[in-house]
Design a protein around this ligand. Structure first.
Ligand code: UDP
Ligand code: MG
Length: 320
């Protein structure tokens, strides 16, 4: 039987929240007659989370679990959860009770009835620290919207729902869980929506992410934009940069030669500046080119260089 929903929950030291969370999810799914599974990924917790998870899975048949040997991070935890998920709709949720399971039916309907590929929660009213979290997050989301072209207010919201196909087509790695909508868009899923969701203050335990996430998040955003645009053709970026840079250096040299040959010309300060600038500029241009060639060699050997996600096929059953 095909399950309606897989609920994927990454958790790291959340022992106190888990029983309440699972009981709540079970209640909501029962009330709405959803067939479901709850996939909990214990990301190397050092408290009693795993004992609690084991107890819960004995108590509720829907609860399945994976335990990491050590703490790998939220993205690897989601990745494993996505691999294991079998439901038509996959819903992710934080384990700390900040996300409300009451949102499950609404998120499910937006996928199944309204036909969205991905729906991201939007914590419009947010119960986190205003200075260290809410304000930077607003700024961050604004930059993100500009760069990615995806109009979401709260891209990094832990509460999201997906068509199963979406989670099977993307690979969340490193700390890319902040940019899943960008990954989905890049994989060709266009219908990305958002739903205002309830947010609650953290009741137990502490937040696992500090201020570093803004620096790391920004660097990841640059990487993801680069990989999305040039991941399969790096030379198009580095070759263009290299050509431009080299050309600038070359023009300066050319200009210096002409100036030198001009009768009665004398070398002034601008000439001297040009004389010292031209060689490093040309070297930098060459370095861009070399970077491009090396990147091309890497892409050529990448296992996924020829992986194309297909939407449908006619008259062909298996092309593996
Ligand atoms: N989490 C995880 N691995 C980590 C860090 C966090 O699985 O290395 C989980 C954590 O247990 C929670 C979710 O990711 O379920 C979001 O973390 P947190 O609530 O600390 O983030 P915040 O809400 O403060 O942004
Ligand atoms: Mg939280």
């Amino acid at each position: 039987m095909q399950l309606d929903i897989s609920i994927v929950i990454p958790l790291y030291n959340e022992e106190e929240s888990l029983p309440e969370l699972v009981a709540w999810i079970e209640r909501v799914c029962k009330e709405n007659k959803f067939s479901h599974e709850v996939i909990m990924i214990d990301d190397g917790s050092t408290d009693n989370s795993w004992e609690v998870v084991k107890r819960l899975s004995a108590q509720y048949p829907a609860v399945k679990a994976i335990r990491f040997q050590r703490n790998y991070g939220k993205s690897p935890a989601l990745y494993m959860g996505f691999k294991a998920a079998t439901g038509n709709v996959v819903i992710t949720m934080d384990a700390d009770l900040q996300d409300s399971p009451d949102e499950i039916p609404g998120l499910y309907d937006m996928i199944m009835k309204d036909g969205y590929d991905l729906v991201s929660g939007w914590k419009k009213v947010r119960y986190d620290n205003a200075v260290t979290k809410n304000l930077p997050s607003k700024l961050y989301n604004a930059v993100n919207r500009q760069l990615s072209g995806i109009k979401l207010h709260d891209m990094n919201c832990g509460l999201k729902s997906y068509k199963r196909k979406v989670v099977k087509s993307i690979e969340v790695y490193g700390e890319m869980h902040r940019f899943i909508p960008v990954l989905a868009k890049h994989a060709g899923f266009k219908k990305i929506g958002e739903k205002v969701v309830q947010h609650r203050p953290r009741k137990y335990g502490v937040s696992k992410f500090g201020w570093e996430r803004f620096i790391n998040g920004f660097l990841d955003l640059l990487s993801i934009q680069f990989v999305s645009r040039f991941g399969k053709k790096p030379m198009h970026l580095f070759g263009t940069l290299g050509s431009f840079t080299f050309l600038i250096g070359f023009i300066i040299v050319f200009w210096l030669i002409i100036e030198r040959l001009r009768e009665g010309a004398s070398f002034g300060l601008t000439h001297k500046v040009g004389f010292y600038l031209a060689p490093p500029i040309m070297i930098i241009g060459t370095l861009f080119f070399l970077t491009g060639f090396i990147a091309e060699l890497i892409v050529r050997n990448a296992a996924d260089r020829n992986v194309y996600l297909t939407e449908e096929m006619i008259g062909l059953s298996d092309m593996k």
